[in-house]
Design a protein around this ligand. Structure first.
Ligand code: GTP
Ligand code: MG
Length: 257
């Protein structure tokens, strides 16, 4: 049965997607629950919203024993023409690229798990600015509860891969699995920014807690790869990854002025 979601519900859901913190997200979820059409076709969605409300209420109530729950923001409010997130396994050079592209002082180091929290920066291009967000790595060794929420306001993703690392195929397959667990899909399909999915598709595929981001793959550390075209062909063959590809080097490239 179609969900027949009302414009009020869709507005509440759009606000949820760009909400910056847990408190704001909780308010949006309550508004989603208030405005959703109540019938059999939305039973599943209503249950999912209620369960998110419960989770967030528990999170906001804080840990059972003492200890304040504050820290750096995990969701960055979008600014500029589009928000673009850097996604990748540990140590692939996300922060080095961020520093090059935006002039940020994102800490970059020759060991994994340097980045702990999202860091915004602005990349100027002609007369517009893109907001680029550096993120912690995605890894099964160090799960991050808020990762999918951090991606929610983004318009697009850059999947950063270090093809000079012999483990890059396994890393990428594992990363895809972790993204799938978090209901995050990186897609080659690119909708113009601000253009919504057609309604029919919106309703049939509807999952407000899923995140779908158009993505480009950035093959970083290109300065360390001898036969880039050959390596890329094998990588694509084995992983099935087919995003548009850009080769880059955060070490040799000049920062965009
Ligand atoms: N040769 C070369 N080294 C690079 C390049 N980009 C980054 N590195 C090095 O790779 C290492 C990891 O870089 P980071 O920027 O910390 O990588 P990261 O993906 O942010 O790492 P995490 O925050 O741990 O996920 C550092 O020693 C960088 O100097 C590049 O394009 N070429
Ligand atoms: Mg980093």
């Amino acid at each position: 049965m179609p969900a027949n979601l009302t414009p009020e519900y869709k507005n509440a859901e759009a606000a949820f997607r760009s909400a910056r913190d847990s408190k704001e997200r909780l308010e949006c979820l309550r508004e989603m629950l208030r405005t959703i059409s109540k019938h059999k076709g939305t039973d599943h969605l209503q249950a999912a919203i209620k369960s998110r409300i419960k989770e967030l209420k528990e999170e906001l109530a804080g840990p059972k024993k003492g200890g304040a729950q504050s820290g750096p923001a995990t969701v960055i409010r979008p600014e500029g023409a589009a928000q673009i997130v850097l996604i990748g396994s540990p140590n692939v050079g996300k922060s080095a690229l961020h520093a090059r592209l935006t002039g940020s002082n994102a800490p970059s180091a020759p060991y994994p798990f340097t980045t702990q929290f999202p860091l915004p920066g602005m990349l100027p291009y002609q007369d517009i600015y893109f907001q680029i967000i550096d993120l912690p790595p995605l890894s099964s060794h160090h799960p991050i509860r808020w990762f999918a929420n951090a991606l929610r306001p983004a318009d697009a993703g850059l999947l950063v891969v270090d093809m000079s690392d012999p483990e890059c195929v396994e890393q990428t397959l594992s990363l895809q699995g972790l993204l799938a667990e978090k209901r995050v899909t990186l897609t080659e399909r690119c909708m113009p920014i601000g253009v919504a999915e057609p309604d029919a598709q919106y309703e049939s595929l509807h999952d407000p807690f899923a995140v779908q981001l158009p993505a480009l793959m950035v093959v970083n550390k290109a300065d360390q790869i001898q036969n880039l075209a050959g390596e890329l062909e094998v990588f694509q063959e084995v992983t099935g990854v087919r995003y548009p590809v850009l080769a880059a080097s955060a070490c040799t490239a000049k920062r965009a002025e």
